[in-house]
Design a protein around this ligand. Structure first.
Ligand SMILES: [Zn+2]
Length: 505
């Protein structure tokens, strides 16, 4: 019935047959057909992700790199013909931090060995290249105070293994202070595996709290190589050249916003979003976290404009910043837009890495709308069906959809399929565009466009999230109630959930 109303008399048999397969969809079937065709056959997603990753690079909240990225994002949305393209301020970061070109730590020898390494954001680097011997952390403070010259200019091997949180700076010990006073060249930590994680906090690194030399984290196996040299009586020599740049002034922070205004109900909104900020450890470009979500939003916007989609409701594209520091941009957005939250039908958030979209999960009362919206994606990409999953609780953890769910607005975190390990890239040295397959990017972006267009054309808005029907788990409630894990079809999202839960989310 819906189809008959939409198709003009005389529509070809081919179109009718195609439309029939979308019988449940809410938008115009011929537009949906064009969206899928554009997303599959003329995708620009790869170019967008590569340009973002390689030209702009990593985008730490409170960095000049992120500021350059925001300008790039505004230009890009405008070039697609979107409207109301603008930045919206959410707050200020008191001190900026960027990484310069010079980023290397080496073990010197017959042939130098370059370490894969990181230093926490908002910590000092070196003033040019600094060479020094590696020595073990002394057992007691007297060893340092008695002969500080033994430690001056040395790199101290710290016994602590560090994971996601990195070296802890907040409670410098007496021995830490003594080492700093002795004038050490830096500290070297080992990871708890082969992944070198980057994080950091601007607010714990006030100037008087700063260590005076770099906190370097290298892979455990490389650290063991240094230890072996020491234990064999050799003197391992380290050279560090780390250009960490502070911008010592408050820096205003913004979300990037663009719209396709609705034709019938412009004040009702479907949000397509992902966070634009990233960590910026050496080597990482924030390609999977969250260049993929950013690219999906850009490409969905481009596809919808290219095919001439005229959604009934407004589709608003938002690139958040401050996500990695605690969903700062989206939390302020729901606060500033409290009066409009009832008019937000759904928030589609992509922030789970390089795998493709396997599904979307909602409360039982949301299922009919979700099924209609996702129907065209059941077989649009062979072997990559988007399924709808019923859950008893909506996720209010892990990423920016959570800011909305906490206020009763249906916020969806995309379920992934495909089996690539998100943990391998997430916040590590491996977060590069080469880890993201083209086809996954195309499928994600096309799915975002289809879901957003259909929901923006649906007869009704998405039912609200009742108080108490949420779970703190970053993933999708139901999957972790033990009943439907196979639907997820991949280990990556489980690993993400595991990691986040270990971090206390
Ligand atoms: Zn992320």
């Amino acid at each position: 019935m819906f189809i008959r109303r939409l198709l003009k008399p005389g529509a070809s048999i081919a179109v009718l047959a195609f439309a029939a397969s979308f019988a449940a969809a809410q938008g115009n079937p011929s537009i949906i057909e064009k969206i899928i065709d554009e997303g599959k056959n003329r995708s620009q997603a790869r170019g967008t992700l590569d340009e973002l990753s390689e030209k702009i690079g990593a985008r730490l909240t409170g960095s000049r790199a992120l500021d350059r990225g925001k300008t790039w994002a505004l230009r890009r949305f405008r070039s697609y013909g979107l409207e109301n393209v603008h930045l919206e301020e959410w707050g200020t970061i008191p001190v900026g931090f960027d990484r310069g070109e010079r980023q290397s730590v080496k073990l010197l020898g017959d042939s130098d060995f370059e370490f894969v390494f990181s230093t926490p954001c908002w910590t000092v680097g070196t003033d040019g290249a600094v060479k020094g011997a590696a020595v073990k952390l002394p057992e007691n403070i007297e060893d340092v105070t008695r002969a500080p010259e033994n430690f001056k200019g040395k790199f101290i091997l710290m016994p602590k293994q560090v994971g996601m949180g990195g070296p802890n700076l907040q409670r410098p010990t007496e021995i830490d202070n003594a080492l700093d006073n002795a004038g050490i060249a830096g500290r070297i930590y080992r990871t708890n595996g082969e992944l070198v994680w980057t994080s950091g906090r601007w607010n714990s690194y006030k100037e008087d709290n700063q260590p005076k030399s770099p906190l370097i984290t290298i892979r455990r196996s490389d650290y063991e190589m240094i230890l072996n040299q020491l234990d064999s009586g050799e003197t391992p020599m380290i050279e560090a050249d780390i250009e960490n740049i502070f911008t010592r002034r408050p820096m205003k922070q913004h979300n990037v916003i663009a719209e396709i205004p609705g034709t019938e109900k412009p004040d009702e909104v479907v949000i397509v979003c992902g966070h634009f900020d990233s960590w910026n450890g050496p080597g990482s470009t924030g390609a999977s976290d969250n260049g993929t979500g950013t690219t999906a939003a850009f490409e969905a916007a481009r596809i919808l404009k290219t095919v001439g989609a005229k959604p009934k409701r407004t589709i608003r594209f938002i690139l958040w910043t401050g996500e990695e520091q605690g969903l700062l941009g989206s939390r302020k957005y729901v606060e500033d837009h409290a009066a409009e939250l009832d008019k937000i039908s759904a928030v589609l958030n992509e922030d789970s890495g390089q795998n493709w979209h396997a599904g979307i999960a909602g409360l039982p009362e949301m299922i009919p709308l979700l099924k209609q919206a996702a129907a065209p994606m059941a077989d649009a990409f062979p072997g990559m069906p988007v399924k709808v999953q019923e859950v008893n609780r909506m996720s209010r953890g892990g990423s920016d959809h959570a800011s909305f769910v906490m206020k009763g607005v249906p916020g969806f975190f995309m379920v992934k399929g495909g089996g690539l390990s998100y943990r391998h890239v997430w916040h590590t040295q491996n977060d590069k565009p080469s880890e993201v397959p083209d086809i996954n990017l195309k499928q994600m972006a096309t799915n975002m466009a289809v879901l957003a267009y259909n929901l923006a054309c649906a007869d009704e808005m998405m039912p609200r999230v009742p108080l108490g029907r949420t779970t703190a788990h970053p993933n999708l409630g139901g999957f972790f109630e033990g009943k439907d894990i196979p639907f997820c079809e991949c280990g990556s999202i489980l690993e993400l959930g595991y990691q986040l839960s270990r971090m206390g989310f």
